[in-house]
Design a protein around this ligand. Structure first.
Ligand code: C2E
Ligand code: MG
Ligand code: MG
Length: 556
């Protein structure tokens, strides 16, 4: 201890004594004796062996982000040479887990009796550390919740976390101004606090979200009741303020009893998930966590990841299959529908019913739509060597129509493959999302102008609507398999299908019935005289090679 200075000893005592009172780290650096002391809490955070050490630059090099070390060394050298009285640097340290931690290090120089710079004493604070409190709502933030849970371990205790999100706060800010947004935040806090009981605490998370923590044994059902009470209170406040701002909230509930083994960050992730579910379910509602839903969500995320990777790797795992569509009278192959297939790296096939919605949600359907269109055109080109009348159909998603210039892809594709517009049929599924959309109208008009035919897919399900027929003027109507199946079992539906076929013919549209699997079904359906038939009876979807082999066989 003899080589240490008296002043340094006294700085160190103060640093140690103050450690429990602060989140920042104090430090003192004796530049002459190369002796450094930092708040003891920094040891765990940055993986230091001791909070006091010599060989200072060498030790600091262990925790400073390598790229920033030269900048720090230069600044310290200037301080030591007396060229600087104040050290003020923002740079990066590495945490014990080797994560980057941005710090702001400020220090002042203390001189020895000869006036030479001797000590650098100051404070380091983490810039990126989440704000603990929020001034608009007057609440503690996520960090506050983390500290509270650290001090009050769950140990199997009952209770809940209710994450509340204001629906569309961004729109309120954009349409009415930030002050109105702040007022909505305050009103929401008032509403939540008006229903809160003892043993409950409220925290503000990201801008428009709060967490109500219940450590008093509340159940998840009770949490949902709290949500409803808060909503009612907000509605009352809205009336009291003469409907100046009408808004809703969503809620996600997580029971605490099963959370004991989870880390704080995992718990936060789950609360985000629960609120996300409530929002994606249409907002203005409350969702209670169920592990099976979360597993499904993770599975979907994993699939999304795999498909993203596949797209990057030249569409590896995706394949185009083709299913024959035959003439209703001759039963000869007339065209083929292109259907997408996806197989995981482990060889597990995934149903399009599962992966197409993910591709749509992520927008990946746009590159994949382009890819499958090219596969379809390539097959068509190949078949034309034997039969130039052959057509190929491709399914288009509403996302492609609304968010990409799919018409350009189609037209340039047809040109590139040296085909004619009448060789391609575009299948579109009815969807409430497309109705009345000007992009769709423009797209259909464009198809029409180029002479590319349109088929209305899945007719007879969900959004079936005669209005569509008028708007889209399709050349074909494809009757969905479920409708064909019920028509084959039910007399009323059978005569309805008969009427539909007559109607289609009267307005010069042609009709294809999907899903014919057996001879009996075929016999029954041909009596209705559909123009085209598609189904396992005539062939399951198969790879291009198989269809080519089969086509040459059929046409021979
Ligand atoms: P869809 O366009 O109505 O395609 C017909 C579906 O019925 C196909 O299912 C086909 O395999 C199936 N199918 C045909 N005949 C029979 C039959 O006799 N019995 C039975 N049980 N099924 C039959 P798949 O390939 O599973 O595709 C499902 C849906 O996924 C398609 O319905 C379509 O909406 C969508 N899809 C498939 N590929 C694509 C694509 O490349 N792009 C887009 N946007 N959607 C696609
Ligand atoms: Mg289709
Ligand atoms: Mg269909």
């Amino acid at each position: 201890m003899s080589e240490k200075s008296f002043e340094m000893e006294s700085y160190c005592h103060s640093i140690e004594d103050l450690d429990v009172c602060m989140d920042d780290y104090l430090y003192a650096y004796d530049m002459e004796l190369d002796d450094y002391c930092i708040s003891p809490s920094a040891t765990e955070r940055f993986g230091l062996e001791k909070h006091r050490f010599g060989k200072v630059q060498e030790q600091l090099a262990q925790i400073v982000y390598p790229e920033d070390m030269a900048m720090l060394a230069e600044d310290l050298a200037m301080v030591q040479r007396g060229e600087k009285e104040f050290h003020n640097l923002q740079y990066r340290w590495l945490s014990a887990r080797k994560e980057i931690v941005w710090i702001n290090c400020r220090g002042r120089v203390i001189h020895d009796s000869n006036g030479s710079p001797r000590y650098l004493i100051g404070c380091i604070n983490e810039i990126g550390q989440k704000q603990k409190a929020d001034n608009t709502s007057g609440l503690l933030g996520e960090e506050g919740l983390r500290c509270y849970l650290e001090e009050h371990p769950l140990n199997g205790k009952k209770g809940f976390l209710l994450r509340i999100g204001i629906d569309n706060l961004k729109d309120i800010n954009a349409n009415h101004g930030i002050e109105c947004g702040d007022e909505v935040l305050r009103r929401t806090v008032d509403a939540i606090q008006s229903v809160m009981q003892q043993n409950q605490h409220l925290y503000r998370m990201v801008s428009d979200e709060f967490i109500l923590l219940d450590m008093g044994g509340g159940t998840t059902m009770e949490a949902a009741q709290y949500y409803r009470r808060i909503r009612r209170r907000i509605d009352t406040l809205t009336v009291e303020h003469q409907y100046d701002m009408v808004y809703t909230i969503s809620g996600g509930v997580l029971g605490m009893s099963d959370m004991a083994e989870y880390s704080f960050s995992h718990m936060m992730k789950l609360t985000e998930y629960t609120l996300g579910r409530a929002k994606s379910g249409g907002r203005n509602q409350c969702y209670i966590y169920r592990p099976e839903d979360y597993d499904q969500y993770l599975h979907r995320k994993q699939l999304e990841c795999r498909m993203r990777r596949a797209v990057r790797q030249d569409f590896r795992g995706f394949e185009a299959y083709f299913q024959p569509i035959v003439d209703g009278r001759t039963h000869k192959l007339y065209m083929a529908e292109t259907l997408m297939r996806f197989t995981t790296d482990e060889g597990k096939p995934i149903s399009p019913m599962e992966f197409i919605p993910i591709l749509e949600d992520t927008g990946l359907i746009i590159p994949l739509g382009r890819w499958i269109l090219r596969q379809a055109l390539a097959l068509c080109k190949e078949v034309h060597k034997v039969n130039p009348d052959f057509k190929v159909t491709v399914n288009l998603s509403y996302i492609q129509v609304l968010k990409s210039d799919v018409l350009l892809d189609i037209v340039s594709g047809i040109r590139e493959f040296g085909l004619s517009p009448e060789n391609l049929v575009v299948e579109i599924t009815e969807s409430g999302l497309l109705e009345e959309n000007p992009n769709l109208k423009r797209f259909c008009k464009g198809l029409h102008n180029y002479g590319i035919q349109l088929a209305l897919d899945d007719f007879g399900t969900g959004y079936s609507n005669f209005h569509y027929l008028h708007n889209l003027r399709p050349s074909f109507i494809k009757i969905d398999r479920s409708f064909t199946a019920s028509a084959l079992q039910n007399e009323y539906e059978y005569s309805l299908l008969q009427q539909m076929i007559d109607m289609a013919h009267n307005i010069d549209m042609r009709l294809c019935t999907e899903g014919i699997e057996t001879t009996e079904e075929l016999e029954s359906i041909v009596r209705l005289e559909p123009d085209f038939i598609q189904g396992y009876y005539f062939g399951r979807p198969c790879p291009a090679k198989e269809l080519l082999a089969r086509y040459t066989e059929v046409s021979a």
